[in-house]
Design a protein around this ligand. Structure first.
Ligand SMILES: *[C@@H]1O[C@H](CO)[C@@H](O)[C@H](O)[C@H]1NC(C)=O
Ligand SMILES: *[C@@H]1O[C@H](CO)[C@@H](O)[C@H](O)[C@H]1NC(C)=O
Ligand SMILES: *[C@@H]1O[C@H](CO)[C@@H](O)[C@H](O)[C@H]1NC(C)=O
Ligand SMILES: *[C@@H]1O[C@H](CO)[C@@H](O)[C@H](O)[C@H]1NC(C)=O
Ligand SMILES: *[C@@H]1O[C@H](CO)[C@@H](O)[C@H](O)[C@H]1NC(C)=O
Ligand SMILES: *[C@@H]1O[C@H](CO)[C@@H](O)[C@H](O)[C@H]1NC(C)=O
Ligand SMILES: *[C@@H]1O[C@H](CO)[C@@H](O)[C@H](O)[C@H]1NC(C)=O
Length: 212
């Protein structure tokens, strides 16, 4: 083999290697089966709103004005035919495949959030936006504290939650944005004080229409 031929084949090899390497880096990272199952369990615990009979949402939600014809149940394409990193409202870390964001705001969802909700089984979840869905009768479970090592954004605006905000919310020391507006929460002053003392990264706090 001449020197040029050798150089040429090294070049071809490098091209081949870098293309498979980048393929692995882009399309082969998938969300773990465990995290996918947690998302599917969350989906299974909910039903879709029917706007012709579910009057409260129909009357009060601004989602229809905001989204028009794209106001549809967000979890519709959450099924095993595609990788869960491609599901509506799901964001993954591209290097690890961990689920790091869930935004199902205006998702036309209805149900109860219990303390055993599989959402709290997502150990790298940074952003959770459940705003403008109907979780009437749900409280914020103290187990929200299980997300303390990752959660930076929590948006529960207009979800019809009720009851006391649990002390464990003060464990979420990485929070940058917290929106609990337009629910029937009661926020005990000492819980709020501890939250403000502990969440030193907090930049946005929205508590419109909450009893303190
Ligand atoms: C790409 O990923 C596959 C499956 O994870 C693995 O078998 C293969 O060795 C990887 N290839 C490279 C070039 O890293
Ligand atoms: C919504 O409710 C109406 C009235 O009961 C019914 O006719 C319709 O089929 C329902 N739509 C869905 C998607 O379930
Ligand atoms: C699964 O989701 C895909 C879109 O990602 C959709 O085309 C398909 O109809 C869904 N399948 C079921 C059984 O819902
Ligand atoms: C979660 O808790 C609720 C209420 O306690 C219960 O009805 C439900 O079966 C539980 N779900 C799972 C998956 O354990
Ligand atoms: C949150 O509170 C519950 C009971 O109030 C407690 O059992 C649990 O260990 C606390 N911490 C976390 C991280 O959930
Ligand atoms: C503040 O956060 C730390 C770390 O999560 C926790 O150990 C501590 O109990 C929290 N303090 C209050 C007052 O909630
Ligand atoms: C929470 O989500 C709602 C609906 O998407 C949005 O209008 C609101 O601005 C969000 N809150 C924060 C603090 O970003």
């Amino acid at each position: 083999m001449s020197y040029l031929e050798l150089l040429y084949s090294v070049f071809i090899f490098l091209c081949f290697a870098s293309s498979t390497w980048s393929l692995n880096n882009t399309s082969h990272i998938k969300c773990s089966a465990q995290q996918r199952n947690s998302l599917l369990m969350f989906k299974k615990s909910l039903t879709y709103l029917n706007l012709s009979i579910d009057v409260p949402m129909n009357r009060f939600t601004p989602c229809k004005d905001w989204l028009g014809s794209s106001y549809y149940p967000k979890l519709m394409n959450w099924n095993t035919s595609t990788d869960c990193c491609n599901w509506d409202g799901v964001t993954c870390d591209h290097s690890t495949g961990d689920v790091i964001g869930i935004d199902v705001s205006c998702g036309m969802l209805q149900g109860t959030i219990y303390s055993n909700t599989s959402l709290f089984n997502l150990p790298r979840l940074k952003k959770l936006n459940l705003a403008y869905n109907v979780f009437a009768g749900s409280q914020l479970p103290p187990e929200i504290g299980r997300l303390s090592n990752s959660l930076t954004l929590l948006n529960l605006s207009f979800c019809l939650f009720s009851g006391p905000v649990p002390m464990n919310i003060t464990l979420l020391h990485k929070l940058v944005s917290l929106d609990m507006s337009l629910n029937r929460f009661t926020f005990e002053p000492h819980v709020l004080n501890n939250l403000l003392r502990n969440s030193t990264n907090l930049e946005k706090l929205s508590l419109i229409y909450i009893t303190i």
